[in-house]
Design a binder for this molecule. Structure first.
Ligand SMILES: Nc1nc2c(ncn2[C@@H]2O[C@H](COP(=O)(O)OP(=O)(O)OP(=O)(O)O)[C@@H](O)[C@H]2O)c(=O)[nH]1
Ligand SMILES: [Mg+2]
Length: 252
């Protein structure tokens, strides 16, 4: 059986090979992508971004579990533009990958810089197209930080969750970093830590100021403790928001 046949049959092994093929830009990958594009357009793309160690992976796994429970197949891609590693999954991500069910309902891929940040947004986009064509109803894209590359990566998402933690500093910094513009939902994770209420209140105040100028501007803030799954269901409960302005066949 060819790789493409395996892919079409929904086999993870086929998917994995196709993702690598596209990621490594092997000869003919553009043609293949062109073909896959015609099969894509059904997957909801959710970006999850925030500072290093904020709990993004833990949250993404929690959200993925909720989607899976609701019968949705989920593709995850974690992008780390700042990683010193060249290619391949990071150690923690390998552990994570091993814990994924092997039934084809979920797949995880980690992308490091491979030496150059240029084109990383495009590469992420390509992987998301492969996921979409494979039949994943949801694609979760985790990315670290707040630089231009990260902003480019989440640009193609239907919605973006910005994860902050009590240590993230004040809301003014968040605004300066351009996060206000991209967030559809704010998640204050590690709410078990001191200062969580303060940052949530700060953020709310800042958002309220924005709202006064623009009535449509209303970004929910959800406080979570991803490590114990506390309130992750509340974040998931905002999935009408997560689904953005998608057509009804893509809303859950
Ligand atoms: N106290 C506390 N720790 C948490 C919480 N959520 C995650 N952590 C811990 O924070 C650490 C980082 O979690 P990750 O999910 O790997 O964070 P991340 O944002 O994906 O990290 P990077 O991908 O390296 O930027 C881990 O040790 C988690 O167990 C939380 O709600 N409370
Ligand atoms: Mg992570």
């Amino acid at each position: 059986m060819t790789v493409l046949e395996r892919f079409r049959r929904g086999e993870i092994r086929g998917l994995s090979r196709i993702v690598s093929f596209v990621e490594n830009r092997e000869a003919g990958f553009q043609e293949l992508l062109g073909h896959l594009y015609t099969k894509a357009g059904h997957s909801l793309r959710i970006g999850v971004t925030g500072p290093p160690g904020a709990g993004k992976s833990t949250l993404v796994d929690g959200l993925a579990a909720h989607f899976l429970k609701d019968g949705k197949r989920v593709g995850i891609v974690a992008v780390d533009p700042t990683s010193p590693f060249t290619g391949g999954a990071l150690l923690g991500d390998r552990v994570r990958m091993n814990q994924m069910p092997a039934d084809g309902s979920v797949y995880f891929r980690s992308m490091a810089t491979r030496g150059a940040t240029g084109g990383l947004a495009g590469a992420t986009d390509n992987v998301a197209v492969v996921y979409d064509a494979f039949g994943f109803e949801v694609t979760l894209i985790e990315t670290v930080g707040v630089g231009q590359v990260e902003l480019d990566i989440v640009d193609s998402c239907d919605s973006v969750v910005v994860v902050l933690v009590p240590e993230s500093g004040d809301a003014v910094q968040t605004m300066k970093a351009g996060l206000m513009e991209i967030a559809d939902i704010f998640c204050i994770n590690k709410s078990d830590r001191p200062g969580a209420e303060r940052i949530a209140a700060d953020l709310k105040q800042m958002l309220d100021t924005r709202k006064a100028k623009d009535d449509d501007w209303r970004i929910p803030i959800v406080s979570t403790e991803a490590i114990t799954s506390k309130n992750v269901d509340r974040l998931y409960g905002r999935r009408a928001r997560l689904c953005g302005s998608l057509s009804t066949n893509r809303t859950f």
